[in-house]
Ligand binder design. Structure first.
Ligand SMILES: Cc1ncc(COP(=O)(O)O)c(C=O)c1O
Length: 390
């Protein structure tokens, strides 16, 4: 924790955009380079190594997410995973779904499309309401009309608010409502325990807090639903023993049953380089442990937040410690000659010039350290902010 030894090529002085895209560690970069060298040397001979790494990676990811490896399938992205579920649920016309205002568009757009296609009714709640008990009260009201599904993100991309997913799921299940959870802003920095939370479906990606590469995501389906989905999309590898005809005669068949597990969504060739990167980046995450990472990151933010507030920023971080994630988002301090809508973007650009990477989603400045960030950076970040204000 607090050591950048695995990031020797990282140029910026304070990398604080892990909720956006993380830098690749030397472990992950080396794993990708070895897989690329294997492909260059032997082409298809690399296949077995790729398949073995995929299963090892699935095991490691399952350990991190608190589920069984067989409950997970690799996808191209979180958005792909959301679509796998939205397209495969056996909807009935007139069913209701509940969406949250404030969510990242991934967790809204696919559901709105499903609603249009399947004749579903959409109800809305405010993500911000879950910063207090009001969220659960409003949710219970919405549940009285027996929606089929609630869609939420475990951590909100904009404010960093961490939702009480276990409590939400327990309440939903009392009313017969299933829960879909986007975990990309949580996994790798905030605790995720899919089996304990009892969520029905989940999806995420590997380029944020998991510190791997873009182009690889995952989808989770609770075992109790694996047989009731009507999988879409599907492909040659969605079939049981779908690879067999490549190695044996008389095995080419289109009639094999579909895999009755989320693996059905691994329908074709996969981003194997992404798998090698994730498999390697999971090693330090599991060794350090997510609880320790979360404590480290929040220790960092606990020191940064008051400094920024004293310089005119307005924090959107929850006052409830159990609702905090790895992100600290703030309304930025005003700057002469910069208009309201450009302000956060301007701050991000000014900080970048000084070697500090942050993001500026929807008008907020978001500071998102991960396990390699050291609290030694904080003085430099605050001095840079003072310089920009001067
Ligand atoms: C909560 C959330 N979901 C989904 C995404 C997009 O993920 P992907 O590009 O893997 O589809 C993001 C990206 O910022 C996000 O913050």
């Amino acid at each position: 924790l607090g050591c950048r030894r695995l990031f020797p090529d990282l140029e910026v002085r304070a990398y604080l955009n892990h909720a956006g895209i993380s830098p690749l560690s030397s472990l992950a970069a080396q794993a990708v380079a070895e897989a690329a060298a294997g492909l260059a040397r032997g082409g298809a001979m690399q296949l077995q190594a790729n398949l073995d790494t995929r299963e090892q990676c699935r095991q490691r990811l399952a350990q991190l997410l608190g589920c069984q490896a067989s409950d997970l399938a690799f996808t191209l992205s979180t958005s792909h995973g959301v679509n796998c579920i939205a397209n495969s649920i056996d909807w009935r016309t007139g069913q209701r779904i509940v969406l949250l205002r404030g969510e990242f568009p991934t967790n809204v757009v696919a559901w709105l499309q499903a609603a249009q296609r399947e004749g579903l009714t959409v109800d809305w709640l405010e993500a911000d309401d879950f910063d207090s008990e009001i969220g659960l009260l409003k949710l219970e009201e919405a549940l009285k009309s027996s929606p089929r599904l609630l869609c939420l993100s475990a951590v909100q991309f904009q404010t960093g608010l961490r939702l009480p997913v276990k409590q939400i799921t327990a309440l939903c299940h009392r009313y017969g409502t299933e829960v879909f959870c986007d975990v990309i802003q949580a996994a790798g920095c905030s605790p995720v325990d899919l089996l304990d939370w009892e969520v029905d479906y989940a999806a995420g990606g590997s380029h944020k807090w998991l510190m791997a590469a873009e182009g690889l995501g995952y989808v989770y389906v609770a075992q109790r639903h694996a047989r009731s989905l009507k999988p879409n999309p599907t492909g040659w590898l969605s079939l049981e023993e779908g690879l067999r005809f490549l190695f044996e005669a008389d095995q080419l068949s289109y009639q094999r049953p579909l895999v009755a597990a989320p693996g059905v969504f691994e329908m074709g060739t996969l981003n194997n380089f992404g798998v090698h990167a994730l498999n390697a980046s999971l090693v330090p995450l599991l060794e350090l442990g997510v609880e320790a990472i979360h404590a480290h990151v929040n220790g960092y933010l606990d020191r940064l937040e008051p400094g920024l507030i004293s310089l005119g920023f307005v924090s959107r971080r929850s006052s409830d410690r159990t609702r905090r994630s790895g992100s600290l988002s703030l309304q930025p301090a005003p700057l002469a000659k910069v208009s309201g809508c450009d302000l956060a973007h301007h701050w991000a650009a000014e900080l970048a010039l000084r070697g500090i990477q942050v993001a500026s989603p929807d008008g907020l400045v978001r500071f998102a350290p991960q396990w390699p960030n050291s609290t030694d950076e904080i003085g430099f970040v605050l001095e840079s902010v003072k310089e920009i204000l001067a």
